[in-house]
Design a protein around this ligand. Structure first.
Ligand code: 9MR
Length: 356
């Protein structure tokens, strides 16, 4: 298989990659050199973190090579779309758990932790909700949201390591995002969500998850205030997910510093949706920058003892959301369309060693 044969080339490049990339670690808590891992799963074990990937449920069912590499490389998974509201309850009261169940079953067979994504979001809601916003009373909509959280988190009770309870509720540039939930229920919906999720699955770690927290200071500040208020009110929140959708045209943002602000509160952090996009065509130089960004995100996680997980938003360019959302951009994943590892993959393996 392509990946296996390509892996034989890794040791030759390891020393160079390590020399180039490892020193980027913030705070001096760099991984010590040690036994070089040959898979991300091995790296995860050495560093005592979960290394995960978002899973495309159609590819999981249809592509044996996709499945094989997913299960070999990752000890955690997130459903890319299959656990979102529009997927599981497309019509009111009509549930379709097939995709989510298939992902959970595959993860359990392969001893992978599961990140639940996501209980409350403003995107990928079923039309029976979005089309009826004006018709629902606040009490009715609150009941619908509560029942959704209790049903979904309850179904997978005990099987989910961490839930993205609330996704992207802060606006770009700061302030709470104007969503159906905020408009109809007011800001109190946030605490409600976490309390309901905790009731439904008391052992799951409950996260707030968002993008650009490391680069949009006003957005970070609003999130920080929300999280601090929740903690002061005794609401069960355990972590903040930094999605990590990066673009090599921008400089590498301060993950370590922003993650530390959160972990200083006693919370966990995780990189939950890492990918690093570029304008096509791909060049060696762009791939080197991409490798450095993936590696620096991992280093920031390894350096922070409360960073529990590093999940990529798809591991192969064969299945990536990027080309469909950013015109002219792509090649954002660790492996190419043929599942051959890119320099970014080697750069992550080069961080192998003992966690200090
Ligand atoms: O990768 C997901 C893509 O297939 C969907 O079409 C898209 C719809 O908004 O959502 C993508 O996943 C998003 C994730 O759920 C939340 N953070 C941003 C991700 C990329 O858009």
């Amino acid at each position: 298989m392509k990946l296996r044969s390509a892996l034989l080339l890794v040791p030759a490049t390891l020393a160079l990659a390590a020399a180039l990339l490892a020193p980027a670690t913030a705070g001096g808590a760099t991984a010590r050199p040690g036994h070089a891992p040959t898979t991300l799963r091995e790296l995860a074990k050495q560093q005592h973190i979960k290394i995960g990937s978002a899973v495309d449920v159609a590819a999981l069912a249809a592509e044996a090579d996709y499945r094989r590499v997913l299960n070999r490389e990752f000890n955690s998974i997130t459903a890319e779309n299959a656990m979102k509201w529009e997927s599981i309850e497309p019509q009111r009261g009509v549930f379709d758990w097939s995709g989510a169940d298939a992902i959970v079953a595959n993860a359990r067979r392969n001893h992978q932790a599961i990140r639940g994504h996501t209980l409350a979001w403003h995107n990928q809601l079923p039309t029976w909700i979005t089309d009826n916003e004006a018709n629902f009373t606040a009490a009715e909509l609150r009941g619908i949201l509560r029942r959704h959280v209790m049903t979904e988190a309850g179904r997978y009770r005990g099987q989910i390591r961490a839930w993205d309870v609330l996704n992207e509720a802060v606006a770009d540039g700061g302030g709470l995002r104007d969503t159906i939930w905020l408009r109809k229920l007011g800001p109190g919906y946030i605490a409600d969500l976490f309390r309901w999720a905790h009731q439904a699955d008391p052992h799951a770690k409950l996260y707030y998850n968002d993008y650009n927290l490391e680069s949009d200071q006003a957005k970070f500040d609003t999130m920080f205030q929300v999280v601090t208020d929740l903690l002061e009110d005794g609401v069960p929140i355990h972590g903040v997910g930094f999605q990590g959708h990066l673009d090599i045209q921008f400089s590498f943002p301060d993950f370590a510093g922003h993650m530390k602000r959160i972990t200083d509160l006693g919370l966990e952090v995780a990189i939950t949706e890492a990918d690093v996009r570029m304008f096509l065509p791909v060049t060696d130089e762009k791939l080197a920058t991409q490798a450095s960004y993936y590696s620096q995100m991992m280093s920031a996680c390894i350096a922070n003892r409360r960073c529990t997980e590093y999940t990529v938003w798809g591991y192969t360019d064969r299945h990536s959301w990027v080309p469909g959302f950013f015109e002219g951009q792509g090649a954002a994943c660790l492996l190419d369309e043929n599942l051959a590892p890119k320099p970014a993959y080697d750069a992550l393996l080069a961080l192998g060693g003992k966690r200090t």
